[in-house]
Every structure is written in C-alpha cells, then in structure tokens.
Design a protein around this ligand. Structure first.
Ligand code: ZN
Ligand code: ZN
Length: 380
C-alpha cells in the first residue's frame, strides 16, 4: 500500500506537511518561507512592524515594512530607518508569500499582518483595539483606522486584557467622566493633570475631551507624536507646551496631558495644586488606582477588552489561534473550550504602553500580574 491510501493517512500527512507560516525564534516571530520577522525584539535583516510602540518597533533592523499611516510615528520614535510602507490592503509578494497589512485600531498606523502561502492564510494581530459589546462606530478608536476582521486559518492574538473582568464602558460615558472632572477642577481654579502614555493614549484623550472647557497643555514627550498624528490628518484639538504659556493663570483652567513619569516631578510642580488622574485599562483594578495614588483613574485602553478579544477572534473564522503577551493561559483555555486549536508564543512584547500594568513588575508571571487578578472569574 502506498502512503496516503489508508483513510487515516491523508490527514496525518497534512499535519506533518503543514508548514507553519509563523514560528518562534530567539529573535522574534519568523516567517520561514518569507525569510522575515514580525515585530522582532533582536536586530534582523527584514522586519515587518505592526505598530510604533517601543516593544514592537525596535531599533537596529536593516529593513522595515509597515503600514503607510505609521510612517510619521515610526520616524518620530526610531529616527532614520530604511522603511518601506504599504497602504492598508495592498499586497506585496515576498519569496512567494503574499503579505498585506490591515487596520488594527490600536494606534495610528497599527496593522495586522496577513500572510498567504501554499493555500494557508495566517494573520498576526500585533496589538489591537475593537469594541467588545457593539459594532457601534462611535466605539472605535477615533485616532486611527478601525480594526478590520481578516479571515484566516490561523490567528495570532494578543491577550493584554484577556480576562473576563476587563470590560470597557462606552467611550462617551468615559469621556463624560473625564470632562466632568476637568470642568469641576477648572471651576475650582485648579489644573487637571491627566497622565497617560505619550503615544496612543495621549492622542485618544485629546480626541475625546471637550476642548471648550479650557486650554490644553501637553508634555514635551507628547508633542512630537501629536505632530505626526496631525501630519497624518488626525484632527487633534489645539495644544500648548508648558513652556509656551506665559500667563500662569491659564494653568488653573488647563487640562495637562503628560506621560506617567511626571507624577511628583519638578515638571509637574509648575501646575501648583493640580488634581491628578491616570488613564489606562489597568485603572479597572481598584488596587492599581490605589497604588498609583492619583485622585482619579479613568479606564481607557487601546487594547481590546475580554468581549472584544472574543469577538475579534471569532470574526477571523480561524480554527487555530496562537496567543501572545498577556493572559495566555486563560485565553488558551477559553479557546480550547470553544473547540479551537490553541497554543501560545512566548514573546518579549508588553514592555510599554498599556501592556505593562503601571504598578506591576515587568516580567511577572502572566497569570498573576496583579493581586486582584488572582481571584479570577471563570472564563465565559
Ligand atoms: Zn502597542
Ligand atoms: Zn503589545
């Protein structure tokens, strides 16, 4: 009998012969037939970069490929790199692998990477944001192209907020809270210091707040990114640098947007007795708010919440899902309960932006990054 004539054989042969389009290597996620990496953490010859957050877009690669809207923010962060860009949906052929980039809704220029080769389609999501409960376009990230589900056989998903406790409230509710806080402070002649990451979060906040309440001041770390967003056509409201403000009385009605590192800094002292707040998905955890010791915690994330992850994964139609950075174990268990083939990749992502709990020690066991998270509701 020749191999393959036994009815049990063909399937086994398929499994044996199936070549994964993306595998783990010490340098990062690698596409063997294409000879390139996706978001590698060590210097490589060819890197496809999903977005410009520092843990995904690192220095030192010889050649970068990214989505066209990412160009400005990538150059703002990495300087003079050899960069090729693709419009969303545009296809390039690389050693027989058809490569295209699709919106991930996470930050300006963020992309999912679609690879097609030998009849297989794989999609690596990078980080993504998609509204969980609704298809309401008002829930999309207004600072970038909205997440687009891409059909595939294998989907590589992040799981930063891959626990059932993470469910984001509608953005209009969240921004109503932020605006009410700012307005109350302005009425009391007190500056409002709102901390969030410089790239992505700061621009989300700028887009969402009501700029009629008062002047908006941004930290110097935020400004180059704002410039890149504006140059890409994102209509952020007018902002000032603190050094541009000559009349200090203006600070009393101001919203000040700055990275978390300014808390208790000399820089922040110029605003006097400001009310301070922190915007992050981690603010959903009471303990995180307490340890941050800010007046207010606003739950705003650039990552999908638990229902969002589920909806995004289901929309791909993938039979196989590989989970990266976050709550891999919980996510893998849930996926297997759905009858999917699931596993995880160990990556070095999650060292910047929301991917790091502000008070959690980097590199802690993914299953217990915070004390609150230990008491897990069962995945549903
Ligand atoms: Zn990111
Ligand atoms: Zn990430």
């Amino acid at each position: 009998m020749t191999p393959g004539t036994d009815p049990a054989e063909p399937q086994r042969d398929l499994i044996v012969q199936r070549q994964d389009l993306i595998v783990q290597r010490p340098e990062g996620l690698y596409c063997p037939p294409g000879g390139f990496y996706i978001d590698p953490w060590r210097p490589v010859a060819r890197a496809v970069v999903t977005h410009a957050h520092a843990d995904h877009a690192r220095r030192g690669h010889a050649h970068y490929l990214a989505a066209a809207p990412a160009e400005g923010v990538l150059r703002a962060r990495l300087g003079d790199i050899t960069l090729q860009t693709l419009r969303y949906g545009e296809v390039v052929d690389h050693f027989g692998v058809r490569v295209s980039l699709h919106p991930a809704g996470h930050v300006l220029g963020s992309a999912q990477v679609r690879l097609e080769h030998g009849g297989q389609v794989w999609v690596a999501s990078g980080d993504y944001f998609v509204a969980g409960a609704t298809h309401d376009p008002r829930e999309d990230n207004a600072t970038c192209a909205a997440f687009e589900p891409v059909r595939c056989h294998t989907f590589i998903t992040e799981s930063t907020f891959g626990l059932p406790i993470y469910r984001w409230a509608p953005q209009r509710e969240l921004f109503a809270e932020v605006n009410a806080w700012w307005q109350a402070n302005a009425d009391a002649e007190r500056a409002s210091l709102l901390m969030g990451y410089s790239f992505g979060k700061a621009q989300r906040l700028l887009m969402g707040v009501d700029a009629r309440i008062g002047p908006i001041v941004v930290h110097g770390a935020v400004e180059p990114l704002n410039r890149a967003y504006r140059e890409a056509g994102v209509a952020l409201p007018p902002t000032l640098l603190a050094t541009e403000v000559t009349d200090k009385a203006l600070f009393k009605r101001a919203l000040v947007i700055a990275p978390p590192s300014v808390q208790n800094s000399v820089w922040a002292r110029r605003f006097g007795d400001a009310s301070d707040a922190f915007a992050s998905g981690w603010m959903q955890l009471r303990g995180a708010r307490r340890r941050r010791s800010v007046d207010r915690g606003f739950v705003l994330s650039d990552h999908a919440d638990w229902p969002g992850l589920q909806r995004a994964i289901q929309a791909t139609g993938a039979a196989r899902v590989i989970v990266t950075h976050g709550y891999e174990d919980v996510m893998v268990r849930w996926l297997r309960e759905q009858g999917l083939e699931a596993g995880s990749f160990q990556t070095e992502y999650g060292r910047e932006d929301d991917a790091v709990a502000p008070d959690a020690v980097a590199g802690t066991d993914a299953s217990s990054p915070t004390t609150e998270a230990i008491d897990l509701p069962t995945p549903e």
